[in-house]
Every structure is written in structure tokens, then in C-alpha cells.
Design a protein around this ligand. Structure first.
Ligand code: CAA
Length: 246
């Protein structure tokens, strides 16, 4: 087993996930970055970070498929012998008002955003329990705290992460494992760029800090929560949203 700490970051090649991968890798952690289909983005990020001297591997898998989650964790354990941190970041939107949202739209978002975090956490849990240490960080959203027009599926998935995290945090609190959420606001990523321009203008006008967040600002909160010194923080939500939930 290597001395170097190992983090799995799902959806770790793009958007907020890429910033989390970058932040953790630059702090000296080996990052196993998961991706579902965009292998080019994953290889490019891994190549860039490796050229800086960071240690990064990429792993294809769909977090909505429990067998993929199990396989990815097994790959990482076979390669590195340990998983110290799990960051459940992979997430999707299918924004439609309730009247237009289909049952498939509902399940597509819940499967990735909520069930995916369950499958991945379950896949690493026995290993973390055996070692008596671990950090699980679930990337939720301000939308899980406030709701949003056009996002009943996404808001339900992100609220669900709060309850799931607190329940698991209680189960493992005495076993050296912490489970927390980071709840970003609107961050400058492809996901937010897909919001209609007129809607986005109104959203930005309502953010107290007056701008979109940057992905590295979310990554910083994740780094804080996975630190050895953060062992007394569990079942918490760290909001990084420019003041949106005040
Ligand atoms: N408040 C109240 N009602 C609203 C509304 C609002 N802000 N926006 C739309 N509606 C109502 C309309 O009045 C309309 O009602 P009627 O039919 O009774 O008139 C109904 O909703 C449908 O309106 P549209 O025809 O304009 O709706 P649409 O189906 O074309 O699009 C939408 C609606 C899907 C919500 C679209 O406006 C949209 O994509 N909005 C952005 C949603 C958003 O913020 N997504 C965040 C993505 S980023 C992310 O998720 C990351 C994160 O964690 C923050």
C-alpha cells in the first residue's frame, strides 16, 4: 500500500469535479478521477496534472450503475491499495417544469445524483471501516436548500444528499469516517452556461456577492473537509454560494 493518500472524485474530469481533482492532486493526494463518457476531457486533465508532477488516474464508469461503482473502487484498490477520500460529485440536470417532466426525466436525475452517491459510498465503505478512517464528501447544491423552478428532480436529489449524508455520518461517526456535504451555488461551468441567458441574468442579480462562483472556490471547501484536522466536522453542510441562502 502506498503512503500517498488516495481520493476518488466522481465526475472528476469536468466542471466542479475537475477543480476538485486539480486541488486535491496539487495538495499531494493521488486522485482517481471518474468519468462516464468524455474520455478526452479526462485524459487531457490527467495529462496536464501529470506534467505538473501530480498523480492522477482516470476511470470510466457510470455512477448510476452499481456494478460500475463497485468495479471502479476495485480498480483503485488494486492499483493503489487504499481509498482515503470519496467525493461524490457526478451530477446532471434535466430541467423542465413539473408539468413537462416525464417519469424518465425524474429517474435519470435521481439515479445519477442521489443513487450514484449511495452506490459509490457503499462500494468504499467496508474498506474505510476496515482502515478506521475515511472522508466522504457529497456535492449537493443550494437548490437542495431552496428548490428552483424547473428542477423538482434535481432539487429532490440534492436535498436527498443531505439526509443520506447525515444518516451515514451517524452510522460511522465512531469509526473514524466523516460524511459531509458541500452545497455550491451557481458556479461558472457548462451546466450553468446551459441556463437560458435571461434567466441567468436574474439569478446573478439575486446573488448577494454579485457574481457566479468559480469551481476552485468549491474545491477549496472539499479540501478543507478531507483534511486530517477536519475529523470533528461530520454531518455538516458547507455552503459556498455567494450568500444565496442568507
Ligand atoms: N417563477 C415562477 N414561474 C416560472 C418561472 C419562475 N422563475 N419560470 C417559469 N415559470 C413558469 C412560467 O410562468 C410558465 O407558467 P405558465 O405556463 O403558467 O405561464 C411555466 O413556468 C413554463 O414556463 P416556460 O414556458 O418559460 O418554461 P420552459 O419549459 O421553456 O422553461 C425552465 C422553464 C425549464 C424552468 C427554464 O426557464 C430553465 O431552464 N430555467 C433555469 C433553471 C435553472 O436555474 N437551472 C439551474 C441549472 S444549474 C444547476 O442546477 C447547478 C446548481 O446546483 C445551481
Amino acid at each position: 500500500m502506498t503512503d500517498q493518500k488516495v481520493a476518488i472524485v466522481t465526475g472528476g474530469a469536468r466542471g466542479i469535479g475537475a477543480a476538485i481533482t486539480t486541488g486535491l492532486a496539487r495538495s499531494g493526494v493521488h486522485v482517481a478521477a471518474g468519468y462516464s463518457s468524455n474520455s478526452r476531457a479526462a485524459e487531457e486533465l490527467a495529462g496536464k496534472l501529470s506534467a505538473e508532477g501530480c498523480s492522477v488516474s482516470v476511470h470510466q464508469g457510470n455512477v448510476g450503475v452499481p456494478e460500475d461503482c463497485q468495479r471502479v473502487v476495485e480498480e483503485v484498490l488494486a492499483d493503489r491499495g487504499r481509498v482515503d477520500h470519496l467525493v461524490n460529485n457526478a451530477g446532471v440536470t434535466v430541467d423542465k417544469t413539473m408539468r413537462k417532466m416525464t417519469v424518465d426525466d425524474w429517474h435519470a436525475v435521481l439515479r445519477i445524483n442521489l443513487s450514484g452517491a449511495f452506490y459509490m459510498s457503499k462500494a468504499v465503505l467496508e474498506h474505510m471501516l476496515e482502515r478506521g478512517s475515511g472522508r466522504i464528501v457529497n456535492i449537493s447544491s443550494v437548490i437542495g436548500q431552496t428548490g428552483n423552478v424547473g428542477q423538482v428532480n434535481y432539487a429532490a436529489s440534492k436535498s436527498g444528499l443531505f439526509g443520506m449524508s447525515q444518516s451515514l455520518a451517524r452510522e460511522v461517526a465512531r469509526k473514524g469516517i466523516t460524511v459531509n456535504c458541500v452545497a455550491p451555488g451557481y458556479v461558472e461551468t457548462e451546466m450553468v452556461a446551459a441556463v437560458p441567458e435571461n434567466v441567468l441574468e436574474k439569478i446573478i442579480a439575486g446573488i448577494p456577492v454579485g457574481r457566479l462562483g468559480q469551481a476552485h472556490e468549491i474545491a477549496r471547501a472539499v479540501q478543507f473537509l478531507v483534511d486530517d484536522e477536519a475529523g470533528y466536522i461530520t454531518g455538516s453542510v458547507v455552503s459556498v454560494n455567494g450568500g444565496m441562502d442568507m
